[in-house]
Ligand binder design. Structure first.
Ligand code: AMP
Length: 740
C-alpha cells in the first residue's frame, strides 16, 4: 500500500540495452542523465542534468543555428546589394548546406532524447500498437462496456486473457501460498469507513487534481506537469541550459512535490487544460476510493477496498490463533481492488478496478531472520538502491546476499521475499534484463516503513512498478488496535520469567470526586496518562510538599493535587511472556500490470513463409499459455476428425487444456492463429496411426504415435521434459507436407 501512488518510476532512472524487438529498427544509445549536486544556502539540492552527448548536440545545434542566421543575412545583403548571380548562388548553396547540417543535428538530438533505455519512442509506440492490436483482436482483453461507449479504466478479460490470468494466479498460489504454508483468506470488497479511517485511507489516499476552470474537466496535476516537461525536453531544441536542468529536476522530484509546489510550477510554466487551453484551478487532493453506503438508510458509509491488506490486518488475532499462536506466519489474499483513478491511461497499467495478490508476513520485530533465506542468498539480479539513484547511476547486477550483508536491504525476511518475487516473475516469462528492484527514496517511503523495494518491469511505457515489497513495521496492527480498542499482539513465552518494574498510578476516586465534582473524570484520566518521568516528579513533590500543581489539558487549567488523592509507585512484577506487536512485511502484486508486461515481453513477429506479411507470436511459457496445445486434422475428412476427437479425449483425460480446430483453412493459417494465442504445441493429424507435433518458436516438428501424444504434450507443458529431450526420442518430421 502506498499513499499518493504513482505509476512510473521515472524513466530518467533507466538503464541498459534492449528490446523492442528485432523486428523494429536498431536501438539507439541511451540517454544517461547524471546528477549534479550543488549547495544552495543550507540545503543540498540535486539537479538533474544532461549527459555528454545531449549537451554536445544542443551546443552544436545552437552554433549551427547562429551560422544559419548569419549566412541568411549574408544572402539577404547580397541580394539587397544586387551582387553577381554567381556570388548569390554560392551564398544560397552555403546556406542550404548549413540548413541540412542543422536538420541532421536536430535528428540526432531527437534520437538521443527519444532513447530512454527502451528504443526510440516511435519504435516503442509501433511495438505497443502491434501488441495491443493483437491482444484486443484476439480478445485477450478489451475495454469494458464498449457497446455503450466504454468507461475509462475498466477492462474485460476475454477467454485467452482470463486463462492467462488464472494461470498466473494458480502459479502465484503454488509459488507463495503452497510453498510457504501461507494462510489464504477471502474478505469482502465493501469495507466500513472505520476500517479505512484507521488505516489512513480516508484521510490520505489521494492524488492531486486540477480542474479546467471553465468546463470542470479533471486532470491529474503531476501528469500534466510531467507531460509538459517531457514535451519541452523532447521537442524544444532552443531551450537554454538552465531551463533543461529545471525541467529535468522537476521530473526527478515529481513524486515529492507538495500541493503548493506543484501548483506553483503549473502556474510558472503557464500550463493550461490540454483539451481546451483554459486556465486550471490550483491542485487539490482527490480521494481515490469509491464511496458507497451500506444498508438502505444511507447512514453507514462504506468504501470499495483500495487494497486487500486491511482484511488480513483486522483478522490478525484469528489468524494468529489458527497458526497455533506462533510467529512468523504469512497470510495471503487475492481479490479485486478499486481506485477511482483521476485520468486512467496506459491500458491495463492504470485501471479503476484490478486484481491484487497480497501477502502479509508477520514477524517478530526483534528477529527478522528467515529460515529459508539460504535459498535466495546467491540470486543475482538488477538492484537499484537509493544511493545509486541519487548518484545518477544505473541499476546493477547484485548478489542478494551482498545487498543484505552491506545493509542495503534492511533484513533477511524482506530480502527473502525480494528473491522469491524475482523467481516468480522470471518463471512467468518476464525478461530478467528488464526487471529491476528499486529501493524507495527516503522521502518516497512512508515514515513508519523500515525499507521498501519495488519490482519494476520495463515495457513500452517505461519502468512500471508491478510489485511493492515493504517492511511496514507494526504500523497497521497498531493503527487498528488503537481505533478498535482490541489488542492485536503476539506473545512469546519466556524461558525464564523475568522481573520487570511497572509504574502504577492509582488515583483515589473518592477524594478526587469530593474535590473536583463533575471534573473528577477528566482529572483521573490526566493522572493516569502521565508518563514515568512526570509521575515520578509528581511523587517526589507530593512527598516533599504534600501537594502539587497539575495541568489538566482537557480542563484547560491547573488543579491542586494533594498526596491523599493519588498513589504512585513502581512495582516489581514477574513476567512470564513477552507481549509485542508484530512487524509486517508486505509483498503486493498488481496482477494486471504483471500480465501486461508479460504480454509485451512475450511478443514477437516473424515473416510468413512467403515473406509477404509479419506473423505475431506470443512466446508464453507453458505455465502461462492460455491453451497448451491445438489439434488440427490436416484436411477435412471424417477419418482425421475422428482421430482428432480421440486425441482430444486423451488430452482431456490428462488434464491438458486444448483446442480443436476443424476449420478448413490452410494449416499455415491455423498455425499462425495458434501462435498468436501463444499456444506452445500444435498437433496435426495427417494419418490414422501417428501425428506431428510442432513447437511454436522453433517451428520444428516430430512424429509421434497417437497413443503417446497426450503423454508427450503433458511432459513438455508441465515441464517434466524439454522439447529438446522429446526431439531426441521421436523422429523429426519435415514440414514440406505442411503449408507453413
Ligand atoms: P500500491 O498499494 O499503490 O503500492 O499498489 C500495489 C500494486 O498494485 C502496485 O505495485 C501495482 O502493481 C498495482 N496497482 C496500483 N494501482 C493500480 C492501478 N490503478 N491499476 C493497476 N494496478 C495498480
Amino acid at each position: 500500500m502506498r499513499f499518493l501512488s504513482s505509476l512510473y518510476s521515472l524513466s530518467v532512472f533507466s538503464s541498459k540495452p534492449h528490446p523492442f524487438n528485432s523486428i523494429f529498427t536498431p536501438l539507439l544509445n541511451h540517454l544517461h542523465i547524471s546528477f549534479i549536486h550543488c549547495e544552495t544556502h543550507s540545503t543540498q539540492q540535486t539537479l538533474l542534468f544532461m549527459d555528454a552527448s545531449e549537451e554536445t548536440l544542443r551546443k552544436t545545434l545552437t552554433e549551427k543555428q547562429n551560422s544559419v542566421t548569419t549566412q541568411a543575412n549574408v544572402v539577404r545583403n547580397l541580394k539587397g546589394a544586387k551582387a553577381a548571380k554567381s556570388e548569390i548562388d554560392a551564398a544560397v548553396e552555403a546556406l542550404n548546406a548549413l540548413k541540412l547540417e542543422k536538420t541532421s543535428i536536430e535528428q540526432q538530438l531527437q534520437a538521443v532524447l527519444n532513447s530512454d533505455g527502451s528504443g526510440n519512442s516511435l519504435n516503442r509506440e509501433a511495438f505497443r500498437h502491434a501488441v495491443v492490436n493483437t491482444l484486443e483482436r484476439r480478445f485477450f482483453y478489451k475495454p469494458s462496456f464498449s457497446i455503450y461507449g466504454g468507461v475509462a479504466g475498466l477492462y474485460d478479460y476475454g477467454p485467452p486473457g482470463s486463462a492467462v490470468k488464472s494461470n498466473v494466479l494458480a502459479f502465484w498460489r503454488q509459488h507463495f501460498v503452497l510453498k510457504e504454508n501461507m494462510l489464504e483468506v477471502d474478505c469482502p470488497c465493501v469495507t466500513p469507513e472505520v476500517v479505512l479511517k484507521a488505516s489512513g485511507h480516508v484521510d490520505k489516499f489521494t492524488d492531486l487534481m486540477v480542474k479546467d476552470e471553465k468546463t470542470g474537466m479533471c486532470y491529474r496535476a503531476d501528469h500534466l506537469l510531467k507531460d509538459f516537461c517531457k514535451e519541452k525536453l523532447e521537442k524544444d531544441f532552443s531551450l537554454p541550459v538552465e531551463k533543461i536542468a529545471d525541467f529535468k529536476h522537476v521530473l526527478a522530484v515529481l513524486d515529492d512535490l507538495s500541493t503548493e509546489q506543484l501548483g506553483a510550477k503549473i502556474k510558472e510554466y503557464g500550463i493550461t487544460a490540454p483539451d481546451t487551453k483554459n486556465p486550471l484551478s490550483d491542485p487539490y487532493p482527490f480521494n481515490l476510493m469509491f464511496q458507497t453506503s451500506i444498508g438502505p438508510s444511507g447512514e453507514s458509509t462504506g468504501y470499495m477496498r483500495p487494497e486487500t491488506a486491511q482484511g488480513i490486518f483486522v483478522n490478525f488475532n484469528y489468524l494468529y490463533y489458527y497458526n497455533g499462536n506462533k510467529l512468523p506466519f504469512a497470510a495471503a489474499q487475492i481479490g479485486q481492488a478499486f481506485r477511482n483513478e483521476i485520468s486512467p491511461r496506459q491500458g491495463l497499467l492504470r485501471v479503476r478496478e484490478f486484481t491484487l495478490a497480497e501477502i502479509e508476513h508477520f514477524v517478530d520485530p526483534s528477529d527478522k531472520s528467515h529460515r529459508k533465506y539460504g535459498e535466495v542468498v546467491d540470486l543475482e539480479f538488477l538492484m537499484f538502491p537509493r544511493e545509486e539513484q541519487m548518484a545518477g547511476n544505473q541499476a546493477k547486477r547484485t548478489r542478494l546476499g551482498d545487498a543484505v550483508s552491506k545493509g542495503i536491504v534492511n533484513n533477511e525476511t524482506l530480502a527473502y521475499f525480494i528473491g522469491r518475487v524475482y523467481l516468480f516473475l522470471t518463471r512467468l516469462g518476464i525478461d530478467k534484463e528488464r526487471l529491476r528492484f528499486r529501493q524507495h527514496l527516503a522521502n518516497e517511503m512512508a515514515h513508519y516503513a523500515a525499507d521498501c523495494w519495488d519490482a519494476e518491469i520495463e515495457c513500452s511505457y517505461g519502468w512500471v512498478e508491478c510489485v511493492g515489497i515493504a517492511d511496514r513495521s507494526a504500523y497497521d496492527l497498531n493503527a487498528h488496535s488503537a481505533k478498535s480498542g482490541v489488542a492485536l499482539d503476539a506473545h512469546e513465552k519466556l524461558q525464564e520469567p523475568r522481573e520487570i518494574e511497572k509504574l502504577v498510578i492509582a488515583p483515589m476516586k473518592k477524594e478526587l470526586g469530593l474535590e473536583f465534582k463533575g471534573n473528577q473524570k477528566k482529572v483521573v484520566e490526566a493522572l493516569e496518562a502521565m508518563n514515568e518521568k512526570e509521575a515520578m516528579e509528581m511523587k517526589a513533590t507530593l512527598e516533599s510538599k504534600g501537594e502539587v500543581e497539575f495541568h489538566v489539558c482537557t480542563l484547560g487549567k491547573a488543579v491542586t493535587i494533594k498526596s491523599s488523592m493519588v498513589s504512585i509507585s513502581i512495582e516489581k512484577k514477574k513476567e512470564h511472556q513477552r507481549v509485542f506487536t508484530p512487524s509486517v512485511i508486505e509483498p503486493s502484486f498488481g496482477i494486471g500490470r504483471i500480465i501486461y508486461c508479460l504480454f509485451e515481453h512475450s511478443f514477437y513477429t516473424r515473416p510468413s513463409k512467403a515473406g509477404d506479411e509479419q506473423l505475431n507470436v506470443f512466446r508464453f511459457p507453458s505455465l502461462v499459455a492460455p491453451v497448451k496445445c491445438t489439434v488440427f486434422p490436416l484436411v477435412q475428412n471424417q477419418e482425421y476428425e475422428n482421430v482428432a476427437e480421440q486425441i482430444s479425449q486423451s488430452l482431456t483425460g490428462s488434464g491438458i487444456l486444448h483446442k480443436i480446430d476443424i476449420t478448413g483453412t490452410s494449416i499455415g493459417k491455423r498455425y499462425a492463429r495458434t501462435d498468436e494465442l501463444g499456444v506452445p504445441l500444435a498437433i496435426t493429424v495427417d494419418s490414422s496411426s501417428s501425428v506431428t507435433i510442432r513447437e511454436r518458436d522453433s517451428k520444428e516438428q516430430i512424429r509421434v504415435g497417437i497413443d503417446e501424444v497426450a503423454a508427450v504434450v503433458k511432459a513438455v507443458t508441465e515441464g517434466q521434459s524439454t522439447w529438446t529431450d522429446i526431439q531426441q526420442r521421436y523422429p523429426a518430421h519435415s514440414s514440406t507436407a505442411v503449408d507453413e
